[in-house]
Design a protein around this ligand. Structure first.
Ligand code: NAG
Ligand code: NAG
Ligand code: NAG
Ligand code: NAG
Ligand code: NAG
Length: 461
């Protein structure tokens, strides 16, 4: 009895001093979001779906009292003397989804609002689809089709309502890092192909070493560490432009989450790190079809649309090699095939992403070939086969004002040259200060998510 008590006390002491803790002021209740899985015999609804807010958006404070560990864009270095100590003393708090973060779900629809003025002002959000309260839903997209409806009508220039997959751990890194006590329930473990260094906790340690507050973002900064993993952007879009883009990585496990430092995180050499930051994008406007996607166009962004993305393998099997990523739209009950590439110098018109399309596109646009150097579609497919987490977000861009998506980029490039023009937004648009002031009520609504065998997730009317 005595021994048992002693052992228990010792273990619980270890437990409480060893990691990124969980706060207890706000109960964490995930908004419920239903979605469907489909086969030839029909679709079945998964009503146990729910979404969790990313840890970076959460209040982090001393475990047990209200003192902030991080405020605005700086750490409290009295508490956070180093990353391990900080994670052992600080907790991430539960979220009030609707009133603090502007996130609400109803049935199969998720609304993400841009600016929410509560006690504090919140800008944007990022959430993950869960399989249970404490684990992310994992998807293997190979030989499958992923479909959703989206309303981008309230997303002006400079905004991005994104739906994408990243190769995060299903438990948010809880099992891998003894310092992480919060896990997927609290949205830990984010990574992507930019190897972001603005993440506050990575691998169960606070990113305090070398932390520099951003010069133009009062809510962000960057630390010495970044977090890399492979990323499949199904949808990066506003009402003016859209792109879908695979980004392979050479991290552990063919693109799995890996903490990076220095050049591994793609700095200073953008192309010398563990991931492909550019990807191989298909943006209809950039590919030369300027009347396909936008207000009143073939795909009318004033109305809800269905977006279908198909992951084709060499042998029509989930164990095959990824060879093609196809796109189909459905709007007003009508199936619309993706636009075709249309510019001089490209021999064949492409309407999907293949390695050949990527080779040709990069050559004609005179873009870097980091997609190919990171293994192209084959490596992307290897990563996908290990399982990816679904991310839904709304964001503005403090680095490049979203001009890479919806305007001429680089802004001093010749817009008549293939690859420079990506959308009709002005090169002076998208400054976060302006969009936050002028479009606080921007929002994106994602709904009707379906995942299944190719050809089973959509119909025409
Ligand atoms: C919060 O907790 C820390 C560490 O336990 C302590 O040093 C500090 O005085 C507390 N602050 C308040 C306001 O209670
Ligand atoms: C930083 O933390 C220390 C220790 O808890 C506290 O006394 C101090 O007020 C905090 N500073 C800020 C700016 O919150
Ligand atoms: C904002 O600051 C970051 C570094 O803190 C910099 O990389 C970025 O270019 C700046 N953005 C603009 C639009 O000036
Ligand atoms: C895979 O399926 C497609 C479409 O049904 C078919 O055209 C193709 O021949 C199949 N490929 C293989 C290797 O079975
Ligand atoms: C599909 O191809 C991969 C290699 O490209 C192979 O490992 C796998 O066994 C194949 N699966 C089937 C069902 O043929």
């Amino acid at each position: 009895m005595l021994t048992t008590t002693l052992v228990f006390t010792f273990l619980s002491l270890l437990y409480t001093v060893s990691g990124q803790q969980v706060g207890s002021y706000q109960t964490e209740t995930h908004p419920k979001l239903s979605w469907q899985t489909c086969t030839r015999s029909g679709c079945t609804t998964n009503s146990a779906g729910e979404v969790a807010l990313d840890a970076n958006w959460r209040w982090t404070h001393i475990t047990g009292n209200y003192t902030n560990c991080y405020t605005g864009n700086t750490w409290n270095t009295t508490i956070c003397t180093d990353g391990k100590t900080c994670a052992s003393k600080c907790a991430v708090e539960g979220a009030n989804y609707q009133s603090t973060y502007g996130i609400s779900a109803s049935g199969n629809a998720l609304t993400l609002k841009f600016v929410t003025k509560g006690e504090n002002t919140n800008i944007g959000s990022r959430v993950y689809l869960m399989a249970s309260e404490s684990r992310y839903q994992m998807f293997n997209l190979l030989n499958k089709e992923f479909t959703f409806d989206v309303d981008v009508s309230q997303l002006p220039c400079g905004l991005n309502g994104a739906l994408y997959f990243v190769q995060m751990d299903a438990d948010g890194g809880l099992g891998k890092s003894s310092g992480n006590k919060a896990g997927a329930k609290y949205g830990t473990g984010y990574c992507d192909s930019q190897c972001p260094r603005d993440i506050k906790y990575i691998d169960g340690e606070a990113n305090v070493a070398g932390w520099q507050p951003s010069s133009n973002d009062t809510n962000a900064g960057t630390g010495n560490y970044g977090t890399c993993c492979s990323e499949m952007d199904i949808w990066e879009a506003n009402s003016i432009a859209t792109a879908y883009t695979p980004h392979p990585c050479k991290t552990t496990n063919d693109g799995g989450q890996q903490r990076c430092t220095g050049q591994q995180c793609n700095v200073p050499d953008r192309y010398g790190g563990l991931c492909d930051p550019d990807g191989c994008d298909f943006n209809s406007f950039r590919m030369g079809e300027k009347n396909f996607y936008g207000p009143g166009m073939t795909i009318d962004t004033k109305k809800k649309m269905t977006v279908v993305t198909q992951f084709i393998t060499n042998n029509n099997s989930t164990s095959g090699t990824l060879t093609e990523i196809r796109r189909v739209y459905v709007q007003d009950g009508k199936v619309v095939q993706n636009s075709k590439t249309n510019f001089p110098g490209l021999l064949s018109p492409y309407d999907s992403i293949t390695d050949k399309f990527c080779d040709d596109q990069k050559k004609v646009f005179q873009d870097a070939t980091s997609f190919q150097k990171n293994g192209g579609l084959v490596q992307m497919g290897k990563g996908l086969s290990k399982g990816h987490v679904l991310v839904l977000s709304i964001w503005d861009d403090h680095t490049a004002n979203m001009l890479w998506l919806d305007s001429n980029y680089p802004t001093n490039g010749d817009a008549s040259k293939p690859g420079i023009a990506r959308g009709t937004c002005s090169t002076s648009s998208g400054n976060p200060k302006d969009v936050e002031a002028n479009s606080p009520n921007a929002q994106v609504i994602f709904s009707n998510i379906k995942f299944g065998d190719i050809g089973t997730t959509y119909t025409s009317r």
